[in-house]
Design a protein. Structure first.
Length: 305
């Protein structure tokens, strides 16, 4: 008799909107939620710094197929920034590289400086980041004291507001495009003000459609599982199509859907002229399609139900 196959977890599909705890890496948070749900497959939607807390959507099972769309979504943050000290990482986890004990900064000068950080801005990605150069994450090189050339890139800051100011600490509310480094904004702002600055607390308040109100912590999940079992926490899973609600909806009859599932583009009435669409077989979400040059809808990422 052959060896019994090890159970690799449950085939469960959906999104967990985690309130990430401070100090944990995004991957550690993902592994913890995967373990709590006893899921066979899980993926995150772009990492949050260990220092950061807040909205981290995690995709279980087939929902990993929509994780890219959450990765590319806009984000919102609340950042607490200390003036007068610059660090090599742009946050309080790094090593102090410069200190300014006397500086003349007031609310007006901060708000004036912030005007330079609105709209499309150029950022140099920090060495302490997960970006890869020749397959190696920058932070691994940074920890060895190696600095490599990085290219600046354009990101969009839709809104940046000074919400609190006291002595040498400020708090900012920032809405931005994917790939925006809040630590870089803090560091650049410190240079603009002539005193240096770094992030001491960071909370992501929104990722795409998901906000703090949708969040649940790993601790809460554990308590609910202990009191009500897997069934209780399964009820909290967000349907995976919620991640792509901004895409137009296309409903397919079963026969048309079966052609689609076989990889064939299909002709459907009232399609958008271009772009990506949400596909449904009757009421069931079956994945993402795209409009091809012939005006048909072709499969892009299909869900296996």
């Amino acid at each position: 008799m052959g060896k019994q196959r090890r159970n690799k977890g449950r085939n469960i599909n959906g999104i967990v909107v985690l309130d990430k705890a401070a100090g944990a890496s995004s991957n550690a948070a993902l592994q913890e939620v995967k373990r709590i749900y006893e899921a066979s497959k899980a993926g995150h939607t772009g990492s949050l710094d260990p220092l950061a807390t807040g909205v981290l959507p995690l995709c279980l099972g087939e929902a990993t197929k929509v994780s890219q769309f959450l990765l590319e979504s806009d984000k919102r943050y609340r950042a607490r920034i200390k003036l007068g000290i610059r660090t090599d990482s742009g946050d309080s986890e790094g090593i102090e590289t410069a200190r300014c004990n006397k500086f003349d900064v007031d609310r007006l000068s901060i708000e004036k400086a912030l005007l330079k950080f609105t709209g499309d801005i150029e950022q140099l990605p920090p060495m302490f980041s997960a970006l890869k150069v020749n397959g190696v994450p920058l932070y691994k090189m940074a920890r060895k004291g190696i600095e490599v050339a990085r290219e600046t890139r354009v990101v969009s800051v839709y809104h940046i507001e000074l919400v609190d100011y006291a002595k040498d600490e400020i708090e900012l509310d920032i809405a931005c495009s994917k790939g925006t480094y809040i630590r870089t904004i803090a560091d650049d702002l410190g240079q603009e003000l002539g005193c240096g600055a770094h992030v001491i607390a960071l909370r992501r308040t929104q990722a795409g459609i998901f906000t703090e109100d949708d969040c649940i912590s790993a601790g809460q999940l554990t308590q609910l599982k202990e009191s009500g079992g897997l069934e209780k926490i399964d009820q909290l899973l967000v349907p995976m199509d919620k991640a792509v609600l901004d895409l137009p909806e296309v409903k397919l009859p079963s026969i048309t859907a079966s052609h689609m599932k076989n990889g064939q583009p299909v002709l459907v009435r009232h399609l958008p002229e271009e772009g990506l669409v949400r596909l449904y077989e009757d009421e069931q979400f079956i994945g993402i399609g795209c409009i091809d040059d012939d005006g048909k809808v072709a499969p892009r990422r299909l869900i296996v139900n």
